[in-house]
Design a protein. Structure first.
Length: 385
């Protein structure tokens, strides 16, 4: 059974109890209300100024966001934790109720346990033992990371710019560990662009092709040329950019009709040698050469936080608390780090990701405590640096 944690003072609650309180607030994207009340209740007693606001309109909003800051002495460094309180829908087949946190053996079960209410609980626990005069600490928390993300972290960044509260370093608590806590951090991510292709033809009878114009022929030639593109061969930190054909649609039910239109879609995951706009223009040129059109939709640009002081101090903290040597990776999908990189060096590090987005999402109770210690050590050293 889930327990009511609302009476538990943050100063005495374990990391698991903080996580349970967050998990017990259902918060499928876009999250709002109760789960933010819960986090606000955990941060306020620690001396944080908490700002909550709703941004955007339907269909991609409205979205609730939270910015919390505790300022250190004038001129001190500013370390930001970033993350999201929304979760993906639980789906079917759970052993226990997804929004009733349940401990079984060494594990805590519940939607968001690793992605990423467990991480946010570890951030709160990390901070409560750091004195205010150590420096400035903030929380940049959205209710829409798993969804369209148009009015989440983007709106939070606008707010931080307006307030002049720009961090020196930002740590995103996405679940980046693979086999054991600490084995991987993400120092960058590939960018992503989906491109919608279309060729208009002239409908007609297949027996009279001279009276029609079949759009499938040029579409297939276009896709063959796109498929043959070698975008790059990878970099020191990124694998090679990749283009995949993800859909071909003609929708022609008649065997004796040349269709009027043929469509396709491609998806490119690209490294920091490219931008979404440049790739969109390149594909558009090829599409037009074959008599078609291309409409690029950029989901995110690639970014890289060069290995250096930030990754070193995080790696030192991970090593000190776990003995594990973290791999510096740029693998995986996109995250809100793609926005935060515009204001600050950003690295992602968090819990083991084996059960994220799955049924019976679970976190090791021990990992929650260790993650809080890693976060605490990282913040302390970052504020000192
Ligand atoms: Zn996440």
């Amino acid at each position: 059974m889930g327990r009511d944690m609302s009476q538990t003072a943050p100063s005495t609650a374990s990391v698991a109890e903080l996580a349970e309180a967050l998990i017990a607030c259902p918060s499928v994207t876009p999250a709002a209300g109760m789960v933010f009340d819960c986090l606000e209740g955990q941060l306020k007693p620690l001396g944080f100024e908490v700002v909550r606001f709703v941004a955007g309109e339907a269909p991609d909003g409205p979205v609730e966001n939270l910015f919390a800051i505790r300022k250190g002495p004038e001129g001190s460094r500013h370390f930001a934790f970033a993350g999201h309180l929304d979760v993906v829908p639980p789906g079917e087949g759970w052993t226990s109720a997804p929004f009733m946190p349940e401990r079984r053996g060494e594990l805590l079960y519940g939607r968001g346990a690793v992605d990423m209410k467990g991480s946010i609980a570890a951030m709160v626990a990390a901070v409560r033992e750091i004195p205010q005069d150590a420096g400035t600490i903030s929380f940049v928390i959205t209710g829409d990371e798993e969804g369209p993300a148009r009015f989440g972290t983007v709106a939070l960044i606008d707010l931080m710019r307006e307030r002049g509260d720009i961090p020196d370093l930002c740590l995103v608590g996405e679940p980046t560990s693979v086999n054991r806590l600490g084995d991987m951090m993400k120092i960058g991510r590939r960018g992503s662009v989906n491109i919608f292709l279309e060729v208009e033809g002239t409908q007609g009878h297949v027996a009279y092709p001279h009276l029609a114009h079949n759009p499938i022929t040029p579409l297939v030639a276009m896709l063959a040329e796109l498929n043959g593109l070698l975008l790059d061969e990878g970099t020191d930190w990124f694998q090679a950019s990749n283009l995949e054909v993800t859909d071909i649609t003609v929708g022609n039910p008649a065997h004796n009709v040349i269709p009027a239109k043929a469509m396709a879609r491609i998806s490119i995951r690209f490294n920091d040698l490219h931008t979404g706009a440049e790739l969109g223009a390149r594909v558009t040129e090829i599409a037009e050469k074959h008599g078609g059109t291309a409409r690029p939709v950029i989901s995110g640009e690639a970014f890289l936080t060069e290995p250096g002081a930030f990754s070193d101090l995080l790696a030192d903290a991970i090593r000190a608390e776990t003995g594990v040597e973290p791999e510096l990776s740029t693998s995986g999908g996109t995250s809100d780090a793609r926005f935060l990189k515009d204001i600050s060096p950003v690295i992602e590090f968090g819990l083991c990701n084996a059960t994220m987005h799955k049924r019976d999402e679970a976190v090791a109770l021990e990992d929650l405590e260790v993650l809080a210690r890693i976060y605490r050590r990282t913040v302390q050293n970052a504020l000192k640096a």
